[in-house]
Design a protein around this ligand. Sequence first.
Ligand code: FMN
Length: 333
Amino acid sequence: MVFEELKIRHVSIRPAHILAPMAGITDTVFRRFIKQLGGCGLIMTEFVSSEGMLRHNLKSQRYLYYTEEERPITAQIFGADPDHLAEAARMIEDLGFDLIDLNLGCPAKKVVKCGGSGLLRDLPLLQQIFRKIRAAVTIPFTVKIRSGWSDEEIVAAPVARMAEDCGVEAIAVHPRTRMQGYSGRARWDIIAEVKANVRIPVIGNGDVMTPPDAEALHDQTGCDAVMIGRAAPTNPWIFRQMMEYFRSGTYSEPAEADRYELIRSYYAMLVQENMPGAIGKMKQFASWFTHGVRNGAELRRQVQSAQSAREVLDRVDEFFTNILSFPCPAPTA
Ligand SMILES: Cc1cc2nc3c(=O)[nH]c(=O)nc-3n(C[C@H](O)[C@H](O)[C@H](O)COP(=O)(O)O)c2cc1C
């Protein structure tokens, strides 16, 4: 079966479907929520600053909080100082994470000055970083890259080879350049090129929105796993749908009652966990998630104008109680 399992040393990722790290989205509650829906074999923290970690900054500690049910779990770090990154990597290992990942993709101005995709322009420094992190930890070490800084500086294949030579054990490729940001299409041919250049597993990422997209990514690149980012908050079922699709050739769409269960359980988890910024997250999530819901604009309005997390929950309950008591009108010819 396509993407049935990926092994990174002793860590089994089954199925080989990975939730991409997304700052502001993939916190502990969102990760558990995705895992509970099924079909996702590996989750990752959002990126954490190595410098922040060394200062024991509270935000970094919050980003690194996880629970046992999240395993296997990768912590992703970023930075540009080889010794500081190595120290941060040791801390990650001590915190019990299953894998450590280095971010070489972030395009944000603030980040490229001190790591992220900026390091793709300084390969000697990058090599030093790979070696220092590798020497600092025993857990599997992976990296996540963009294709390069700009169209004139595509470095994915040489970076992948260098990473492999330094003992990196898997590489995720989001084949857009730093200059591209999120515009244009992800160039899957670059994932295929990386795959042809290394023996370590290659994780394909970029523009996979549906199960058939994941199949096409597999067919066009031969990649060993698929990583899903932006599709996850709008369609958190995508991991399960991929599993269904690879088994049977078809997949089902959630019914209205499933959508209710989903939105309610995510919100209830946020309230239960007392997540800082819970109400902001609820509002953000509502704007993504209510699109497939009948009268979704009204639900969005209800959520946006609520004053507390509890009030959001009550309004969601009320909305769906009303809507679910009126069956969907039959489609007209
Ligand atoms: C809001 C947002 C936050 C992101 N944060 C991170 C991050 O912390 N670390 C990282 O490696 N990539 C980050 N990314 C990039 C994604 O992991 C992924 O590579 C990219 O979105 C392409 O995949 P997709 O087309 O499936 O979304 C972020 C993307 C988005 C949209």
